[in-house]
Design a protein. Structure first.
Lengths: 155, 388
């Protein structure tokens, strides 16, 4: 009888171990850890904001967008973003009811399929409220909003 | 006896389960552990990068100390941001210069910067990359003009059309003639090639150098200088805030060795980030305040303060020396030395820190666009863990 009790304890231990292992495995599957991919997209977002804000502060972003110098935007983004970062930018015009795409010409660099296949695409939304006109004595800006969507991916 | 066997078997089975658990459980969660580890490394890298690029350091003007010692103990906190700019990611060229290993005016080495940043258990590598490439294809003189041809391309080699190039030609002839002529802008063609002609004030100069200031989409500017580099035995040009300092080309303590030749500074000209010229100094061949000897005296051969120089944002310095011809070694000539400032940047990549070999897999990289002397660059920081 004693011997049988000992065997049962061993079996119980084995079963208990399996239960613990299964529980931990299950917990691992359910656990949501911040994956590196997610952080990569966040890093690209910060980089994108950094570049757009930099261009805006220099007064170039508004000029490029409102005078539709799309080639210059492509050149500016290519020289300010790292070489392995691909981009795809779209500019929208916003009125009371509609959002209309402004740039008919693509503002992009890199393989277009990268933005379809890549798991890590950062999307940055940047707003411009208008473009100043006039000289120093009659400086004014007309409210004429544009929304810029900049997508970034690693090439 | 049977009970003993039972216990032995039980101990063995429980031992196997224990060993199995120790091996299997960490294996199951290794992916998650690695993700968390990389996340922590990335957070650390971001904090370090922000400290480098957004913080001025302490004291705020530590890069502009005139008597900067090697790993100067007066630097209490590390940061490269300019104290005079309210904008983000604008770096102080004087502080960047203090990272140049071998800077004759001294620098902070990798160990000291790691200590200041509190990164004793980490390794890092800082890289500052120019936004595009400029390559001279040809420069030659016709009797009255200098012709240049250069290519402008993105870092992946794709040509850049419509880049604006501004040329500055520095030239000298005989014993007295020295002049600077500027021209431009000349746009690059669809192949990224620009060709220009600069009319000179004389015919057939003895020495000339072409400096191109290239701007792409009004946002990024780069300066490139033509000419084969020659063995400079006259002086190394250093800039500390408003002061120009010439130091010996020979390493201490053996700087008082031949060749020891008298040199006079005839002209110093600075080109600002917007293309403006500033004739800083005009000397004679008999002056005493503009004379030094390459093998006699202190390591600092000559210095002069030029108030407002730092605010002028110089990107190129032109020195016209009256010295022994460094190429032929015969006779005294006007010798031109053109230096991009900060000289670590120009058109080359600046690297600082630990070696990137064998750490790429376990490292993280963060990048930002930065501005130095009104020129845009990409700064990259690689960070990895090191065993203590």
């Amino acid at each position: 009888m004693k011997n049988k009790n000992g065997q049962m304890r061993v079996i119980e231990t084995i079963l208990a171990s399996f239960i613990i292992v299964f529980a931990l495995s299950f917990a691992n599957i359910l656990a949501i850890t911040p994956t590196s991919q997610k952080y990569e997209a966040t890093e690209l977002e910060k980089l994108g904001y950094n570049v757009l804000h930099d261009l805006d502060e220099q007064g170039l972003l508004a000029r490029f967008v409102y005078t539709e110098e799309w080639d210059d935007i492509v050149a500016a983004l290519r020289v300010t973003l790292p070489i392995d970062v691909y981009f795809n930018m779209t500019v929208y015009y916003l009125d009371d009811t509609n959002v209309t795409k402004v740039n008919q010409k693509p503002i992009s660099y890199g393989y277009p399929e990268t933005f379809v296949t890549s798991k890590n695409i950062a999307s940055i939304t940047y707003g411009l409220i208008g473009y100043p006109i006039g000289n120093n004595s009659t400086y004014q800006a007309t409210y004429d909003p544009r929304i810029i969507i900049l997508q970034l991916a690693r090439g | 006896m049977n009970a003993v066997y039972d216990h032995i078997i039980a101990i063995l089975v429980v031992g196997m389960i224990f060993v199995g658990a120790v091996v299997v459980l960490p294996t199951m969660s290794i992916v998650n552990l690695q993700a968390v580890d990389q996340q922590q490394l990335r957070n650390t890298a971001l904090n370090v990068f922000n400290a480098m690029l957004l913080d001025t350091g302490e004291p705020v003007d530590w890069g502009s100390f005139r008597s900067f010692k090697m790993n100067d103990p007066r630097v209490q906190r590390f940061g490269l941001a300019s104290a005079q700019e309210s904008k983000f990611y604008v770096l102080d060229p004087d502080k960047v210069q203090r990272l140049v290993v071998g800077n004759p005016m001294n620098y902070c080495d990798y160990t000291r910067v790691r200590e200041l940043l509190g990164l004793q258990n980490y390794g890092f590598h800082l890289r500052i990359i120019p936004p595009f490439n400029v390559t001279f294809l040809d420069t030659h003189v016709t009797p009255c003009c200098v012709n240049y041809k250069a290519s402008v391309a993105y870092l992946d080699g794709t040509p850049i059309p419509n880049a604006q190039t501004y040329a500055t030609v520095v030239y000298a002839k005989g014993k007295d003639y020295f002049n600077i002529t500027q021209s431009g802008p000349v746009g690059t063609n669809p192949m990224g090639i620009c060709e220009g002609t600069v009319e000179l004030g004389i015919t057939e100069p003895d020495y000339y150098m072409v400096t191109l200031r290239v701007t792409v989409a009004d946002v990024a500017t780069l300066v490139a200088t033509s000419g084969e580099p020659f063995n400079n035995t006259i002086a190394i040009i250093n800039v500390v805030y408003d002061t120009l300092v010439l130091t010996s080309t020979k390493d201490p303590p053996d700087y008082n060795e031949p060749p020891n030749e008298n040199v006079w500074i005839l002209d110093i000209v600075a080109i600002g980030s917007q293309g403006l010229l500033w004739h800083l100094f005009d000397g004679t061949k008999a002056g005493q305040d503009n004379k030094f000897n390459t093998g006699v005296g202190t390591f600092e051969l000559w210095y002069e303060d030029f108030p407002g120089l730092h605010d002028f944002e110089p990107v190129v310095f032109i020195f016209n020396f009256w010295a022994v011809d460094p190429i032929t070694g015969l006779g005294r000539q006007q010798v031109l030395i053109v230096m991009a400032y900060p000289d670590v940047l120009g058109t080359s990549v600046f690297d600082y820190g630990g070696s990137l070999k064998n750490v790429r897999g376990a490292s993280v990289k963060v990048q930002r666009s930065v501005v130095i002397s009104s020129m845009t660059y990409t700064a990259e920081l690689w960070l990895w863990k090191e065993s203590p």
